[in-house]
Design a protein around this ligand. Structure first.
Ligand code: UTP
Length: 277
């Protein structure tokens, strides 16, 4: 059973400056909940309660969020406002949180390598909380991926079909169908041009990784943008062993971009309004 889930949250989040100057973009709220809380709830639904968060300088807000705020709780104790904190209290009670700092922002692969001390030698989930994933009609995305992992016991990446003019924003896979919505990865290209892209199947911010990935990242040279790309490491793992891609059921909002963030906000607000009808 996979118990650990890593949340890289050390990036600069430049697309949301100045909002992200002193806090990670993972703390930006969709309605009344920060992005990272949606991610932790998804991890919990998949049975992952050991949460490892990779943070950076001036980003203590995440630690404070997943901790008790005695003064605040004392203030609202016994009032109807207490109910607002019920959800986060439940998360704090059920999960343990560990933090490590990424000293230099050398890319997602490097952030994941930083998590090795938290993860140890077991398979683990990775959630990029700025990709907000929901499945209104069933199991969460990480839970779906755990099922795939349990069947095949290898690294699994979540994929989504994207428009041809969007492939340059993603890691894109070259893959062969294996099972229902499951593909065997033959190769991957990070942020390809439309001409270079081997397919329109793009990797989104959900992974289950086996611990061999750490050594592979260590021997992976810096890739696109001078950063250590997890895509390059997974490409090696696909060649040396096996990596699967899973086309998830549900919906993803790219909350690292302004349009995706607004779409997510509208979606959750409409849901709230309809619930009240
Ligand atoms: P992104 O490239 O989307 O995030 O990284 P960013 O660099 O923070 O955002 P922009 O492009 O400047 O607006 C994907 C995820 O990987 C984390 C980020 O926090 C984000 O969750 N990340 C990225 C790290 O933790 N460390 C890094 O060195 C790079």
């Amino acid at each position: 059973m996979i118990k650990k889930c890593v949340f890289p949250a050390a990036g600069y989040g430049t697309r949301f400056l100045p909002a992200t100057k002193a806090m990670p973009k993972e703390m930006l709220p969709i309605l009344d909940k920060p992005l990272i809380q949606y991610g932790v709830e998804e991890a919990m639904a998949a049975g992952m309660t050991d949460i490892g968060i990779i943070t950076g300088r001036s980003k203590r807000a995440v630690e404070d969020h997943f901790d008790i705020s005695y003064e605040l709780e004392h203030q609202i104790s016994g009032t109807p406002k207490e109910a607002y904190l019920a959800g986060i209290r439940q998360i704090i009670d059920k999960c343990t949180f560990s933090y490590t700092r990424q000293i230099e922002m050398r890319g997602l692969g490097h952030a994941i390598l930083t998590a090795q001390t938290l993860v140890g030698n077991e398979p683990f989930g990775v959630i990029l909380a700025d990709d907000l994933c929901i499945n209104d009609s069933g199991e969460g995305i990480m839970q779906q991926m755990v099922r795939v992992y349990e069947k095949y016991r290898c690294s699994v990446v979540a994929i989504e079909e994207v428009a041809a003019d969007e492939v340059h924003k993603y890691g894109v896979i070259d893959a062969s169908p294996l099972d229902d919505n499951v593909f065997k990865v033959n190769g991957m290209v990070e942020k390809p041009s439309q001409e270079e892209a081997p397919s329109n199947l793009a990797i989104i911010g959900r992974y289950i990784l086996t611990p061999e990935i750490f050594d592979i990242i260590r021997r992976t040279p810096a890739g696109k943008g001078g950063e250590l790309q997890i895509t390059d490491a997974l490409q090696t793992q696909a060649r040396e062993n096996m990596v699967l891609a899973y086309r998830f059921q549900g919906q993803r909002f790219d909350c690292g971009s302004m349009p995706g963030f607004v779409q997510a906000t509208n979606h959750f607000y409409n849901r709230l309004e309809n619930k009240d009808d």
